[in-house]
Design a protein around this ligand. Structure first.
Ligand code: PEP
Length: 314
């Protein structure tokens, strides 16, 4: 269960998430496995190799999540022509599937959780003792789902794409702020840089001082996710894929295994480079200072009087 907190720290499994903690990186598999366990395992492997903290899935009860008037609409899929409801079933794993995923993730030492898209799926995921639940941006206004999630007592990651400030405030009220982590997001697939509005990370920080703020990205490329970390995102989620050309609506806006490795490596560099914001002169700078800084005025006088060249006096 999660750690209730009035601070900006939350617990996800054996990790603390929040300012001063390593950025929690989640590889969002979503439905990019296309219903094949083999793909899910390969994506878990890619996340482990890249150094992700967790992988994430999306769990739906197709009959609940698919509008009734869409069920019989036929479409071409890699498995032939089928109705939309059959397709929605084709890309869901059942309990045995998730048991296999749970076992595989345990063996590989990586956490997993999911976004339940309906109340039934919350109960389904609860059977696995997941470290957290995620609320997809599309579900932010689903009070019934939010109430069911709050009742689990787990850490809830709430994504805020396609939502107004008023809707976000309401969702936070329904979930309670003690166990949540908010994610800035723009829900366009792929999202253009001009619409990422990354400064929203700081706007959310200001509005929710007791809530950790993360970023769920759907852009192409990695730079803007690194910028999100530089702006203070303490949790990062990116869709991952085995191949962006694979069939499926999220594949094109996803990161491939090599890119994921670069992303996690660079997140670690960026977070290390942020420092504490307190000005200091590093030991390594002193040699350069001695060689490069022209000594004039009060410093020259002080040195003439025998003082060492102190960073504070220059
Ligand atoms: C779609 C999802 O999230 P987001 O809105 O962050 O992309 C999800 O988690 O299922």
């Amino acid at each position: 269960m999660s750690t209730s907190s009035t601070s900006r720290i939350r617990t996800l499994g054996d990790r603390e998430v929040g300012p001063g903690r390593p950025v929690y990186v989640t590889g969002e598999i979503g439905i990019n496995h296309n219903g094949e366990l083999e793909n899910a395992f390969a994506l878990i492997d890619a996340a482990v190799e890249a150094g992700c903290d967790a992988v994430k899935f999306q769990k739906r009860t197709p009959e609940v999540c698919t509008p009734r008037d869409q069920w019989e609409i036929e479409r071409d899929t890699p498995w032939g022509r089928m109705t939309y409801i059959d397709y929605r079933h084709r890309v869901e794993f059942d309990e045995d599937g998730y048991r296999a995923i749970d076992e595989y993730c345990r063996k590989k030492g990586i956490a997993w959780f999911a976004s339940p898209w309906d109340v039934e799926s919350v109960a389904f995921l609860e059977k696995f003792g997941v470290p957290a639940h995620k609320v997809a941006s599309a579900s932010l206004t689903d009070d019934e789902l939010l109430r069911a999630l709050r009742a689990t007592g787990r850490t809830i990651i709430l994504s805020t794409g396609m939502s107004t400030p008023k809707q976000i405030r309401h969702a936070v009220e329904v979930l309670g702020s003690e166990n949540i982590l908010l994610c800035h997001a723009t829900s366009t697939y792929p999202a253009p840089a001009a619409e990422l509005n990354l400064r929203m990370i700081n706007t959310l920080e200001a509005e929710y001082p007791n809530v950790p703020i993360g970023y769920s990205g759907h852009e192409v490329g990695l730079q803007t996710t690194l910028a999100a970390v530089a702006l203070g995102a303490v949790f990062v989620e990116r869709h991952i894929t085995l191949d962006r050309a694979m069939w499926g609506s999220d594949q094109a806006a996803s990161v491939e295994p090599q890119g994921l490795q670069r992303l996690v490596r660079d997140i670690r560099v960026v977070e290390e480079s942020l420092g504490d914001g307190v000005k200091k002169v590093y030991e390594g700078e002193k040699a350069a200072m001695k060689k490069l800084r022209r000594v004039t005025g009060v410093v020259a006088e002080a040195e003439a009087a025998g003082a060492e060249r102190e960073p504070a006096s220059v």
